[in-house]
Design a protein around this ligand. Sequence first.
Ligand SMILES: [Zn+2]
Length: 334
Amino acid sequence: MAWRRFRKKKELPSGLWIKCPNCEETQFKKELRRNLDVCTECGHHFPLSAPDRVLHLIDQDTFEEYCPDLYTIDRLKFVDREPYSAKIRRSVQKTGRAEAVVYGLATIEGQPCILCVMDFTFIGGSMGSVVGEKVTRAIELATERGLPVIVVSASGGARMHEGALSLMQMGKTCAALQRHDAKGGLFISVLTNPTTGGVMASFAALGDVILAEPGALIGFAGPRVIQETLRQQLPEGFQRSEFLLDHGFLDQLVSRHELRSMLSRILGYLGNYTPDQLTAPDNWQAPEDWDLPDEPESIQEAPTADSQATASEPADPETPESDSEFSLKEIEAT
Ligand SMILES: [Zn+2]
């Protein structure tokens, strides 16, 4: 709107207006809130707190929160600019919540599910022991009840103040997802701006269905680090959700206004299962005209209890998975 250009900045009452970082239009905060914190001019998705996200997604009054009081202990007595314990205290006061994630049982358009939502306003949505524990408990609750689990991520990654303890949450959450999957459970991962670091490198990337909000920053390391490592110019839009959709990493981009109905549709298609429905009967055989691939020879049988002790020994610390940002050796060295 042209008239806004002539307004002097000091005429704007503070706290009532907000400037969109994408289109730079100034907007009335109440109007923005009414539009689910999506810019009315360009569709930019502003960050949403966990309670707002929960309220937006669930059927009214159906959210039964679990473990709201699980709180963090500063085991390493870590201090950077301030003690970690002080940082936690400040975040608790600011947000009114004990940690950077909430989870519970809810229904979405009448369909029950476990909903777990991360909160970027609490120490950047970083994953420490409690966040990892709550995400794990959410998945385990879903497995136990035979329900789908939805995790809405917004995170800067693992919480470095907890050192290796925070990195262990990556394995813990993924192991819970593996057990959920083995029971035929559905996991929908929703990535919002930003979903990066250890969260993206663990459970957030493992959805049976992966959805993302438009324009969200999604990746592991930041673009500058990658650019310096590769010594190459990165393509335009790199690590944005549109780019990732084009390259096959995401299943769908969903605007905030459509997220609830999209989740409801997916729950309707995939959420109602019983383990029996997923197992083929013993005498089942594929029809002859089905073009099935041969079983790859490289797949070996799972180790038995006897062989496990010897098999697992050399595997853990030495495994050079990828470029190993998470190897224990490097952590000790830093
Ligand atoms: Zn805008």
